[in-house]
Design a protein around this ligand. Sequence first.
Ligand code: HEC
Length: 147
Amino acid sequence: MKNKMSRNALLQKVLFVLLVVLFFMFALWAQQPPAKAPAPEYKIPPEAAAKVNPVKPTSESLAKGKKLYGFDCAMCHGANGDGKGDMASDMKNVTDFTKPDALKSRTDGELFYVIRNGKGEMPPEGDRAKDDDIWNMVNYIRSLAKK
Ligand code: HEC
């Protein structure tokens, strides 16, 4: 009888240890980072893409755009728009505006949207610039494409 009691106690201990081990294994498993969800696709709302540029690319507009570009964009996109600014060295795929077809498939509205809201590693211009300032920059970067 006494022998049976101690065997039960032993069994209980073993079960307890097993449970603890299982618990820790579960805790470790639960800590694994979840499988990475694919990065959401960058989407420009159709109404933003369809926006018509109200600013004509006059020499005045280009001059204003160039000035702001020098302050806010050249450090990445390069002083002449080739995508080789100082900050671009450790950044992939900074758009090269001198490539004739870099912006070809983009509407002015899409460029406006990207400049205002940022994209990937490009920070948003946000409220720093007025609408017309952004349109001036759209005109300016379009003028950089080599013919
Ligand atoms: C910190 C670096 C950085 C700065 C500053 C920056 N850009 Fe960019 N820009 C990028 C990168 C990187 C991309 C490519 C983004 C992508 O496609 O993921 C890009 C892409 C673009 C594109 C192309 C978007 C497309 O989808 O075709 C335009 C237009 C653009 N930038 C304009 C500007 C203008 C105008 C400014 C200044 C107001 C500016 N950027 C400032 C890094 C920068």
